[in-house]
Design a protein around this ligand. Structure first.
Ligand SMILES: [Zn+2]
Ligand SMILES: [Zn+2]
Length: 366
């Protein structure tokens, strides 16, 4: 039996770095050497036991769903994917059942079988990537070009979510945008909005991350501890309100603020989860101003666009990937996220040893 190092959740509240059995790729599957794996708020909740019985269904379990790596081996029938050992890849956490009405409509993020026993939602109900190796169906993998680093590629999962949000709202050139919550999602959202042609991009939050938002292309910031967010957004948009408002905070108090800050006929997209809490909805405003209130889940068909945005240099990742830890320091990485000291702690792992056949040809060769 070959083994690998992994951060294993044996008991809720505690991750243990240990040797476990290395997975083998089955038919249509690929073994990937993990290079970088980000830790997010959902991981914190999974580790704490907030979703016990569902995410994960049982212990022990390996979490991790925001990651990149390189192909190590192909299972039977996986050659058809065109992937080769050494290819750098990112993985979607599921690509649906391919058979239900939502999957057949291309909306596989809403697959109707996602809650069925045996459905693999990697990092949630099937093994994640906080380990040296992970196995995924070839169809869930996307190649990453050389100009995107492993740590930058670990942001594709969250970045693709913001691409999906931009598409859901019909964001276009010259539009104005307000984003609540300068966490990783919000800081990617403002950049994707700029790349999609938004000209006024307003970030609402507090603390030093507002400066990061400015650095990454935010044209105005509103510190909600100093000023009313609705008034601030309206002031920054000539009184009309923003064309699109994105809640990346999951704070239920934001919903009414977002609906107050959007222009007539505009869109409010909710990207955050509220842990079952309810929000107030100003029904008359939604009706009389024909507001669009949209939920945004996962990132169907959006990985390729996010990879292209990263490869083009349109999205800056440096300030978002500064906090890197080896797997052995996974507890410190979780602590940094829990204390809000880090936008996104990323566990990095060394590359596999190169086989001689993949060495570059001599410089003297034509
Ligand atoms: Zn996540
Ligand atoms: Zn389906």
């Amino acid at each position: 039996m070959s083994t690998m190092r992994a951060a294993v959740l044996r008991e809720f509240g505690q991750l243990e770095v240990a040797d476990v059995e290395r997975p083998e790729p089955g038919p249509g599957e690929v073994l990937v050497r993990v290079r970088a794996c980000g830790i997010c708020g959902t991981d914190l909740k999974i580790v704490s036991g907030a979703y016990r019985g569902t995410w994960p269904p049982a212990l022990p379990f390996i979490i991790g769903h925001e990651w990149s790596g390189e192909v190590a081996a192909l299972g039977p029938d996986a050659q058809r994917s065109g992937l080769r050992p050494g290819d750098r890849v990112v993985a979607e956490n599921h690509t649906g059942c391919a058979a239900c009405p939502m999957c057949r409509a291309g909306r596989y993020n809403l697959c109707e079988r996602v809650r069925e026993p045996g459905f693999k939602l990697y990092g949630h109900t099937a093994p994640g990537a906080l380990a040296e190796y992970a196995v995924r169906p070839a169809v869930a993998l996307h190649r990453v070009p050389e100009q995107v680093s492993e740590v930058a590629a670990a942001l594709v999962n969250q970045g693709a979510l913001t691409v999906h949000a931009a598409r859901r709202t019909g964001l276009g050139a010259g539009d104005s945008v307000a984003v609540f919550g300068p966490g990783l999602l919000g800081l990617l959202m403002i950049q994707v909005a700029r790349a999609a042609g938004a000209t006024d991009v307003i970030m609402v939050g507090r603390g030093p991350r507002l400066e990061v938002a400015r650095e990454l292309g935010g044209t105005a910031v509103v510190d909600y501890e100093q000023a009313d967010p609705v008034a601030g957004i309206r002031a920054a948009t000539g009184g009309r309100g923003a064309d699109h408002v994105y809640d990346c905070s999951g704070n239920t108090a934001v919903v009414a603020q977002a609906l107050g800050a959007v222009r007539r006929g505009g869109s409010v997209a909710l990207l955050g989860l509220a842990g079952g809490k309810l929000a107030e909805l100003p029904v008359d405003r939604v009706t009389l101003d024909e507001l669009n209130v949209l939920g945004v889940r996962s990132s169907p068909n959006a990985y390729p666009a996010m990879i292209s945005l990263l490869a083009s240099g349109a999205i800056r990742t440096g300030p978002l990937t500064a906090d890197q830890y080896p797997l052995s320091d996974v507890a410190a990485a979780f602590g940094a996220l829990a204390r809000r000291e880090s936008v996104r702690p990323i566990i990095t792992m060394p590359p596999a040893e190169r086989r001689p056949s993949r060495r570059r040809p001599d410089a003297s060769c034509p």
